[in-house]
Structure formats: structure tokens, C-alpha cells
Design a protein around this ligand. Sequence first.
Ligand SMILES: NC(=O)c1ccc[n+]([C@@H]2O[C@H](COP(=O)([O-])OP(=O)(O)OC[C@H]3O[C@@H](n4cnc5c(N)ncnc54)[C@H](OP(=O)(O)O)[C@@H]3O)[C@@H](O)[C@H]2O)c1
Length: 301
Amino acid sequence: MTQTQKWNATDLPDLSGRTAVVTGANSGIGLTAAQALAGAGAHVVLAVRDPERGRAAAATVSGSTEVRRLDLADLASVREFAAGWAGPLHVLINNAGVMMIPRQRTKDGFEMQFGTNHLGHFALTNLLLPYVTDRVVTVSSSAHRWGDEAIHFDDLNSDTAYDPRGAYGQSKLANLLFTLELQRRLTESGSRVRALAAHPGYSATNLQSHAASRVARLAMRFSNRYVAQSDRAGALPTLYAATQDLPGASYVGPDGLGEWRGGPTLVSRSRAASDPTTARRLWTVSEELTGVLCPLEMQVA
Ligand SMILES: NC(=O)c1ccc[n+]([C@@H]2O[C@H](COP(=O)([O-])OP(=O)(O)OC[C@H]3O[C@@H](n4cnc5c(N)ncnc54)[C@H](OP(=O)(O)O)[C@@H]3O)[C@@H](O)[C@H]2O)c1
């Protein structure tokens, strides 16, 4: 494929017979990804916190879909979703997210961005892993480079001080460290399942409308209009990671300037996001916080 013929959703392989779960599939990148996957023949489960809005979203998808309730900010809901699963799950797409929101807590008392974006998906993945046959794709962000690029193990839930932007950056750094450690565990256990990550660049979605700061909301409304690419373009790295033959732990993003927009390609991550020691530590802490253990580890032990 040449530079002028960039990979597109029309290049998706035939996904007939495959099942995908997409979290946060009722809007933005999740919905666009669900539409593309179902359009290519996959059975897509829209995992959403509001089933009514999920059904409205599913009505815009042509192909085989199903709506199931999943609130990533409530571990009981995550467990319930996983307990209701049966049969092979070819692709799990950890897409849902919240960004720069006012200080809030999940049902289990975690800071909302870390709790939803990382811990909820951590628990979901490990509970569903026995069913996953192909891959897990987790949606991160260039924001993983925000702040001082270190996981604040001494204040994971921002108990000391809450910075909406910093907490988002931490959660997206955690998404990449999670992918790194998951792939290490998959490899070590001899599994053929792959863990990959993707980021959409900058795409106009609902994500930017919930920021705590009014100034940030206004700035993002402006940039959504004049700078951002569409949610359809933003979903391409996720779709590429979900379907192309890439090495485990790959990170896919747009190929344009600053990775803001463009066609999907392999991109680099920060040094902090590549640190296996931090990734292992975060995994152990996430197990302790969620009470969900890695099924692979249990097999190996
Ligand atoms: N847009 C960008 O420029 C950009 C850039 C970098 C990374 N990302 C990442 O891309 C992913 C998708 O975001 P988006 O841009 O498509 O934003 P979006 O349109 O706001 O979609 C986010 C989705 O996550 C869902 N969600 C939020 N909290 C949830 C919870 N507790 N349980 C279940 N679902 C929940 C939302 O559901 P509700 O509709 O019910 O709120 C929504 O469906 C996120 O992980 C985000 O961090 C986006």
C-alpha cells in the first residue's frame, strides 16, 4: 500500500464468524468501530453503560449486533458482564473512556478516570481472557505523555490532589503499561492471543465535552471544529490493531504530523510506557485494587 493509498475501513478482512466486544460503543470511536466491524461481517457486542442509548446506537449499525450493559465504573457490573459471557470472543476492544472530568469516584471508590479507563478494563480483560481467542485492543492516547510520565503509585486515586488533565494522562499511560504486561504474560504462558494498543490522534467526539474546566471545554470545542479529524478516521488505528497481523504489544496511531490525524501506522510510546518493571508493578497493584487476578498467571503457577 503506497502513501497515497492509506489503509482504510474498506480494507478490513472478511470478519464473518467472528465476535467482537467494543466497550463504549454507543458513541464516537467505539460506535464507528462497531459499525465497521459489523459491516465486515463480525457479530459485535456493544458494551455500554446505558442500554437504551446502546440500542439507539445499534440501530445505526448494519450487521449483527447485540447490546449488553457494562459500567466500567462499577466492578460489580464488570463482573456481571463477564459472568454472562459464553463462547469464543475473538476480539475485545477496550475503548470506553472519560477525559479531564470534574473530580468523581467510581462505585468502588477509585478516581473516575483511572477507575474507568484502566481499572475497569483491567478487570474486564482478565475476566474475559479465558474466552479471548485472537486479541485484546486497548485504546490509549498521546496523553499518555502528559505530566511527568510516571505512574504515581503513591497516589493512584488522586487522594492528595486532583488534576483532571494529569489523572487522564495517568489512565492512558496505564492503558499502555497494561498492554505491555498483558502481552508479556500471554507470551510466557504460551498463548497465541495478542495484546495491542491504539490511539485515535485527535478526533471530534463527545469525549471533549465533559472537561472540568470551562476554558478547556471552549478550547476543545474550537479545536474539534477546526483541527480534529472525524470519529471515523479516529477509529482506523483501533480497527487496524484489531484485524491486522501485528506483533504483540504493538501501538497503532495516525501517521500525520504529531500523530494528530492520518492513516494507521505503528507509532512509538514514551519511555515510561515501555518500562516492564513499572508495567509489572501496575499489574500487581491493579489485581490488589480490583480483586481480579490474571487467569494466565493462575494456569502457569
Ligand atoms: N477523541 C479523541 O481525540 C481521543 C484521543 C485520544 C484517545 N481517545 C480515546 O478514545 C476512546 C473513545 O473515546 P471517544 O473519543 O470516542 O469519546 P466518546 O464519544 O465520549 O466515547 C466514550 C465512550 O465511553 C463510554 N463510557 C464512559 N464511561 C463509561 C463507563 N463507566 N462504562 C462504560 N462506558 C463508559 C461512553 O459512554 P456514555 O456515552 O454513556 O458516556 C462512550 O460510549 C477513549 O478511551 C478515549 O480516551 C480519544
